[in-house]
Design a binder for this molecule. Structure first.
Ligand SMILES: [Zn+2]
Length: 82
């Protein structure tokens, strides 16, 4: 698993506030929870996930400084690139 998916928590709240709820990769609005999505398929692509700025496979750490929030779909596209 290249990235960990979100649970609620302070780290999430801090990142969400810092990014104003926008995706770090495409800049569009992310979905905060399942109930904000009109359909499960929309949720699957547009939910907020943790993205490692430097991928763990390239030595990136699980620290707040190396994490940002991005859509599940953008995170997937980015893969192991920095
Ligand atoms: Zn995005």
């Amino acid at each position: 698993m290249a990235q960990s998916y979100l649970a609620a928590g302070q780290k999430f709240e801090a990142l969400w506030a810092a990014q104003s709820g926008n995706c770090a990769l495409c800049g569009e609005r992310m979905l905060r929870n399942r109930f904000a999505a009109p359909h499960a398929r929309v949720w699957a692509k547009q939910r907020a996930t943790y993205d490692h700025i430097i991928p763990r496979s390239k030595g990136g750490k699980d620290t707040a400084e190396n994490l940002q929030l991005a859509h599940a779909r953008c995170n997937k596209i980015k893969g192991n690139r920095i």
